[in-house]
Design a protein around this ligand. Structure first.
Ligand code: ZN
Length: 151
């Protein structure tokens, strides 16, 4: 199986079997983002657990890339510290802006490396980034990120 087919399988698996889908009981903040060009919708909620780790919940509908990306985000960042989650979020944004020539770091990005191929298609980059932008928005609203840190 070549890398592209493997990546497509990972995306399809997250789309069919979303990880951690559902909203939080007591979120600190939530953000609703839409991608009008594709019709994708995502609500991302954030909170903090007892040990200071990130809690993330989400709901959404839309294309396989947008929904798989949200599932990958939650699987990767749930329970992580703000520092670690920011590192991964910024690495994912970099990857999606790499026009398909980026070399993703699997240690940082986990299954999110599967979106490397999507970066070649400008129309789909917005789909892939939707949940990650909503997360940033919710984190800023919750006071977890200062606006000065946003990219
Ligand atoms: Zn889409």
């Amino acid at each position: 199986m070549n890398l592209e087919a493997l990546y497509q399988d990972i995306i399809l698996d997250h789309y069919k079997n979303p990880r951690g889908k559902g909203l939080l009981e007591h979120p600190l903040a939530s953000a609703f983002h839409v991608n009008p060009t594709c019709g994708d919708e995502i609500t991302v909620e954030v909170g903090v657990d007892e040990s200071g780790g990130l809690r993330i919940g989400y709901e959404g509908q839309g294309c396989s890339i947008s929904q798989a990306s949200a599932s990958v985000l939650v699987e990767l960042l749930q329970g992580k510290s703000m520092v670690e989650s920011e590192q991964a979020r910024l690495a994912f944004i970099d990857l999606m802006h790499s026009k398909g020539v980026g070399e993703p770091d699997e240690d940082v990005l986990g299954d999110a490396v599967a979106f490397a191929g999507v970066a070649k298609f400008p129309a789909r980059v917005k789909c892939a980034l939707l949940a990650w932008m909503a997360l940033q928005d919710a984190e800023i609203q919750a006071g977890l990120l200062t606006t000065g840190e946003q990219t």
